[in-house]
Design a protein around this ligand. Structure first.
Ligand SMILES: *Cc1c(COP(=O)(O)O)cnc(C)c1O
Ligand SMILES: [Zn+2]
Length: 372
């Protein structure tokens, strides 16, 4: 039986068909996803001969025999590596395009394929664009990828290698988003946005299923999560809510979120006790992958952090660079943006000394060779 899936407007609650190519409600509200999920039976997963995130198909917006079978590259099932006392690094840079964005991209592109889409538009600071371009190539879908002109040359080459049309936009990350949306509005093409399209989170949520499975049915106390547009964080929130409703956990693990101090709009809003996020000034950061001055999902991100009794802090440029080197000295070569995650953990240790006694999972989001 086909799952009945639709977008739902977060403002007015209107249901919108996936076939509509809409990325926003007519009322201006952003879209979430609604469909009936079957609780995952973690005890029977080992019976499945599928070592990718698709083993969780029961709670994903697809059916077992859908087109994802032709598109998957075995993404998911990344290792948890012990790095400090009680600290585990989940190494999502082992993914096909070397970042965790493959989790979301494979779901989003598979759905585009299923809907008969021929051509998509996406904008990104690099890794999401790469992931969409790679999966787009597998699906035979033309990709228009908008990136800031300042994006690392290595990421641009990676996108171009997959045959995507690249649009380099001078100015800020926000200017890049505007240019992409402009093309979407003028062409009515499918907007394969990791920010606006909630299908993306249906992939990122599997990161948390995998951790739960790794720890044999127990969630760690804390997840460190970097936040630019919040796609990993929203995946966490969705996974936690599902697991609560299935009775697999009895409280949400804590989200300790991290931004670059030099571009930290959500930190500012959180500290003010605000429910909305105002655009900040990006005064320049090494962490290009999380340098989002005006996150579209700001309110939802704040809500998720607060609901887990979590926190969000900014980390300094110096600490980002040092943390990246420290990880490399432990054998883990990550992109500079990912240095922020470990820097965040170390800063939280000072803020909350008892964190040392808690089980913490830290994501290694992108591979070292992606940075210059
Ligand atoms: C995308 C990305 C992030 C941040 O993810 P958001 O979804 O923007 O919050 C962090 N690190 C790396 C390497 C990324 O590619
Ligand atoms: Zn609406």
């Amino acid at each position: 039986m086909e799952k009945n899936i639709s977008y739902i407007c977060v403002e007015c609650g209107k249901k919108i068909s996936l076939k509509s190519n809409k990325w926003k409600c007519d009322c201006g509200g952003l879209l979430n996803l609604e469909y009936e999920k079957i609780a995952i039976d973690f005890n029977s997963l080992t019976l499945l001969n599928n070592n990718s995130l698709w083993k969780y198909i029961d709670s994903m917006p697809f059916d077992k025999n859908d087109c994802w079978n032709e598109i998957t590259m075995g993404e998911g099932n990344t290792p948890l590596i012990s790095i400090d006392k009680n600290l585990y690094a989940k190494s999502d840079y082992y993914m096909p395009t070397l970042s965790f964005k493959d989790r979301g991209a494979v779901v989003l592109v598979s759905m585009a394929k299923k809907l008969g889409v021929r051509s998509v538009v996406a904008d990104s600071s690099g890794n999401a664009g790469t992931a969409i371009a790679a999966y787009g190539a597998r699906a035979g879908i033309d990709c228009n990828i908008f990136v800031p002109a300042s994006t690392s040359n290595k990421k641009i080459k990676q996108i171009e290698a997959h045959g995507a049309t690249i649009h380099k936009v001078p100015g800020t990350r926000e200017d890049t988003a505007k240019a992409a949306i402009n093309m979407v509005e003028n062409s009515n093409l499918f907007y394969a946005s990791h920010i606006y399209n909630p299908l993306f989170w249906e992939g990122t949520k599997t990161y948390f299923y995998e951790v739960f499975e790794h720890f044999k049915g127990v969630m760690p106390d804390v997840f460190i999560i970097p936040v630019g547009n919040g796609t990993l964080l929203m995946g966490a929130y969705i996974a936690f809510k599902e697991m609560l409703s299935w009775g697999l956990i009895h409280k949400m693990p804590k989200i300790l979120a991290v931004q670059a101090e030099n571009c930290s709009p959500i930190v500012k809003a959180f500290n003010k006790g605000s429910y909305i996020v105002e655009q900040c000034e990006n005064i320049g950061t090494l962490a290009e992958g999380i340098a989002i001055a005006a996150p579209a999902r700001g309110s939802e991100i704040l809500k998720a952090i607060r609901e887990t009794n979590g926190d969000i802090i900014g980390v300094s440029e110096e600490n980002i660079a040092t943390a990246r080197s420290t990880l490399a000295s432990k054998g883990l070569y990550v992109e500079i943006t990912t240095g922020a995650n470990y820097a965040g953990y170390l800063t939280y240790l000072q803020k909350y000394p008892d964190l040392k006694e808690k089980t913490v999972v830290l994501p290694l989001c992108g591979a070292g060779i992606k940075s210059s």
